[in-house]
Design a binder for this molecule. Structure first.
Ligand SMILES: Cc1cc2nc3c(=O)[nH]c(=O)nc-3n(C[C@H](O)[C@H](O)[C@H](O)COP(=O)(O)OP(=O)(O)OC[C@H]3O[C@@H](n4cnc5c(N)ncnc54)[C@H](O)[C@@H]3O)c2cc1C
Length: 336
């Protein structure tokens, strides 16, 4: 049984910063994440993209932000259970919580902070029967590192910003040898600038744009060697490629947390903005996973939420102790 002051479910940016804020109050944290690495969406979906709205950083790569948050949390020696989804929560007789993972690892604490973001990541997949056989063998649903595609032929499918931006990036920087963008409609959902840029690059022969068409099949022995593109008017064509990257977004799915008796609204946990507590005393929800009036799913908002939630957690754990806010400039960072 792993024992701590705060169990944080989700080691995304918000969970990680909360370790720091809890540490300033001398509260220990243990993080659980179903992914094998910390960083949430920043590490899993867009580690090489710059973020421009983190206060004090005019620009920071999402992956670098996570490295910095890990360094900032390090003095407070957080524990990690990675690669294991939190499945169940139980209450002990003395009012603590026990969170058990899919592998049976048990964690006990008086406070649980859910920083589960989009929940368990589930990409939207195209309806191709054999697609599962080619996952990580040429089919990827997320571009983590564009360098992976250097010198390769890629077929991207989708009509949103991800599909447009990555097609532009891989072609403009001469990373991929060949970029084909397939979209089932002739209009796109992405930003107008990006749509125009793709059309211009298609005119210059830098991107092959195939609209009113869908990828309906994959060929290859043990790995992707080609895709079948079915055009609404012209029928099927076989296109040789090394990678097929359907970028249809992620399905928000709270996963097991949805069955914990928490008040849920549209796949997110309802909280009181006084301290980001849920309807179950002792359980808080912070970051993308929560909802309230005027909620913005931004990293900086999650940082604020985690900061206020640990203050409230401190008062629950130590009802008789008075906590006086001390600036880090005055007190420094005194780790464990
Ligand atoms: C392409 C893209 C660009 C973005 N750009 C910006 C930007 O410029 N600025 C900005 O502020 N925001 C941006 N965002 C949004 C930002 O990434 C999110 O607001 C942020 O990641 C939320 O952090 P989080 O810690 O709340 O959740 P997440 O980052 O989603 O992390 C949640 C973690 O919880 C884990 N988890 C969930 N359920 C369980 C469970 N049951 N058991 C164990 N683990 C679980 C998940 O595996 C995940 O690792 C962007 C998002 C995307 C996709």
């Amino acid at each position: 049984m792993i024992q701590t002051d705060i169990i944080i479910i989700g080691a995304g940016p918000v969970g990680l910063f909360t370790v720091f804020e809890a540490g300033l109050l001398k509260l220990r944290c243990h993080l659980i994440d179903s992914l094998p690495q910390p960083g949430g969406q920043c590490s899993e979906i867009y580690p090489k993209k710059p973020i421009y709205d983190i206060p004090g950083f005019p620009s920071v790569l999402a992956g670098d932000l996570i490295d910095n948050l890990m360094e900032q949390a390090a003095p407070f020696k957080p524990g990690f259970t990675l690669g294991e989804a939190a499945m169940t929560i139980d209450k002990t007789e003395d009012g603590k919580f026990i969170v058990t993972t899919v592998k049976g690892t048990k964690h006990e604490a008086p406070i649980v902070m859910i920083a589960g973001g989009l929940g368990v990541f589930e990409p939207r997949k195209p309806p191709i029967d054999t697609i599962d056989n080619y996952e990580d063998k040429g089919v990827e649903y997320i571009i983590k590192d564009p360098e992976f595609y250097r010198g390769k032929r890629v077929v991207i499918a989708g009509g949103g910003d991800s599909a447009l931006d990555w097609s532009i990036f891989l072609a403009e920087k001469n990373i991929a040898k060949e970029v084909v963008l397939v979209h089932r409609s002739s209009s796109f959902r992405g930003h107008l600038d990006s749509v125009q840029k793709v059309i211009d690059m298609a005119g210059e022969g830098k991107i092959s744009l195939v609209t009113e068409a869908e990828v309906t099949g994959i060929t290859g022995d043990g790995k992707v060697e080609g895709v079948v593109i079915t055009h609404q008017k012209d029928g099927e064509i076989l296109r040789e490629t090394d990678h097929f990257i359907p970028l249809f977004g992620l399905k928000p799915s709270l996963g097991p947390i949805a069955d914990w008796g928490l008040e849920i609204d549209k796949n997110a946990i309802k909280v009181d903005t006084l301290d980001y507590s849920t309807n179950i005393p002792g359980i808080y929800a912070i970051g993308d996973v929560n909802t309230y009036e005027n909620k913005l799913k931004l990293i900086l908002c999650g940082f604020h939420e985690g900061t206020l939630a640990v203050q409230s957690a401190f008062a629950r754990i130590y009802p008789d102790k008075k906590n006086i806010l001390k600036y880090t400039t005055v007190n420094g960072v005194n780790g464990f």
